[in-house]
Design a binder for this molecule. Structure first.
Ligand code: GDP
Length: 466
């Protein structure tokens, strides 16, 4: 953060924090030096004690007034600087969650001198006032947007500072080496111990490994945050649509007995075992001369190519056919689960034949009935294992977006150059420059030193009221 970022804002801002849909409770958040004074003009505590006389972390019951007229009853919670979300004085007035009431309350607050808050302005103030780092601020938005248990856990870990702590620790290590080198270079006559190149090498390698680990976890983290692009494939009539309906728990795609009727690709997100699958139903992998269906088949192959996970469905009530074998061959090298469907009507002979021939090609196999849901639990457990998500600790440090990844990459390059320089026996001045170049992007990642443009970009994607 630069010096000009650090000033506490002079204005008081307000916004509806709970969204503009009718609900039980609505909340208007006011933050800034005048937050309490302004609230006192809008809120009449029932006990007659003005909010100005209240300490932080206390609340009062009372009436919300506009132009001297009571418009609702509610609660005002007072937070005193610096012990609040933004680091400023905050009052949160909770009223009934009608859209008219919320807007009327906000208007009353604005009439008394507060300014409408911009997108993410409360969180931006929290960052500018040093309450949270830039990556923690980004996690706040990720938390709001989280659509599964695993995504919410990962965002909460970010908000709690998991990434910030890891980056700060790597940065400390690099600063330690840099200052040692600087002392040694600048004061050779003093008694500064020369860093043995083997120890320097090891320290640089250690930081490189830690940054690379973060980088490697990025794609996995994205699957957790954004959902797993998943293709359901299989020849017509094996039960793909039925499976999709089972996973989405309501009727979406057309289920029919006529082979080849699911022509349109229907995409939707479903929750499976704490993860989100971004599912695409397909027209099947059958070779066909039918024009319309050919489009669907080409699409389904493309979909398989662009998916992270393939659910390949086979109908166990029928013997394994040529098309099934072709599909199995197509699955080679992909992350796939073979779903042996219709186990409720399959013969013992078919079951053992399928299991033998399929588990040869794909190690992950589930026998199930998409129609009655038998085996679904096993499928749910298998999905994170197939993708290696089961090994990921959602509370560990994780890069959450391209901005953060770019900072890590920009730090890795000079670090690698520095390591090469040490190994080549080049002067330590050169290594010193590399270290400085590596530290700077890390400071940018956490927002310790970053430009206004980057800050604007981060908060642009926030909603008003947060
Ligand atoms: P798709 O062409 O692969 O999408 O297949 P559908 O989902 O349309 O299913 C074809 C037929 O198989 C329908 O009559 C379904 O009711 C039936 N079906 C799907 N799954 C099962 C299952 O697990 N057990 C049984 N007995 N029938 C199923």
């Amino acid at each position: 953060m630069t010096a000009e970022h650090q000033k506490i804002s002079a204005s008081t801002i307000a916004a509806i924090a709970t969204g503009l849909t009718p609900s039980g409770v609505g909340m208007i958040r006011i933050s800034g030096p005048e937050a309490v004074q302004i609230s006192d003009k809008v809120f009449q505590p029932i006990n007659g004690v003005p909010l100005l006389k209240r300490r932080g972390y206390t609340s009062a019951y009372g009436y919300i007034c506009s132009n001297g007229e009571k418009i609702d009853e509610g609660i005002a919670a007072v937070y005193r600087a610096p012990f609040s979300y933004t680091g400023e004085d905050i009052v949160e007035i909770s009223c009934h969650g009608g859209v008219y009431l919320m807007q009327k309350t906000l208007q009353a607050v604005l009439n008394h001198g507060a300014k409408p808050a911009g997108a993410g302005e409360f969180t931006k103030r929290a960052f500018l006032n040093g309450k949270i780092s830039l990556d923690q601020a980004e996690s706040v938005m990720d938390l709001i947007q989280a659509n599964s248990a695993s995504a919410a856990r990962a965002a909460l870990a970010g908000k709690d500072g998991a990434l910030q702590k890891e980056i700060a620790s790597i940065q400390r290590e690099l600063v330690g080496i840099a200052s040692h080198l600087a002392a040694w270079i600048d004061f050779p006559e003093e008694d500064v111990e020369e860093l043995a190149s083997s120890s320097l090498e090891q320290q640089l390698e250690n930081s490189i490994i830690r940054l690379k680990n973060l980088n490697q976890g990025y794609d996995t983290g994205r699957l957790i945050r954004e959902g797993i692009p998943t293709a359901i494939v299989g020849k017509p009539n094996v039960g793909k649509s039925t499976l999709m309906n089972l996973l989405s728990r309501y009727e979406r795609s057309i289920v029919t007995d006529v082979p080849g009727t699911t022509r349109d690709i229907i995409e939707e997100s479903v929750q499976v075992g704490g993860y989100v699958l971004r599912l695409a139903d397909t027209a099947g992998l059958r070779e066909t001369t039918d024009q319309v269906e050919s489009i669907g088949i080409a699409w389904s192959r493309k979909k398989m190519d662009s998916s992270e996970l393939v659910l390949a469905v086979f109908d166990m009530s029928q013997p394994l056919g040529e098309e099934d074998i072709e599909l199995l061959n197509n699955l080679k090298g992909r992350t796939a689960i073979a779903i042996l469907n219709k186990n409720d009507v399959a013969s013992i002979q078919n079951i053992s034949d399928y299991e033998k021939r399929i588990s040869d090609k794909i190690p992950f196999v589930v026998a199930m009935s998409a129609q009655n849901g038998d085996g679904l639990e096993k499928l749910e457990q298998m999905i994170p294992n197939v993708l290696g998500l089961g090994r990921i600790d959602p509370s560990a440090a994780m890069l959450a977006n391209e901005r953060q990844r770019d900072c890590v990459n920009r730090s890795l390059r000079p670090l690698q150059d520095g390591l090469d320089a040490v190994q080549a026996g080049i002067t330590l001045d050169a290594v010193s420059v590399c270290l400085e170049d590596a530290i700077s992007p890390l400071m940018e990642l956490t927002g310790e030193r970053t430009s206004d443009v980057v800050i604007e970009q981060v908060f642009e994607r926030f909603c008003v009221g947060k």
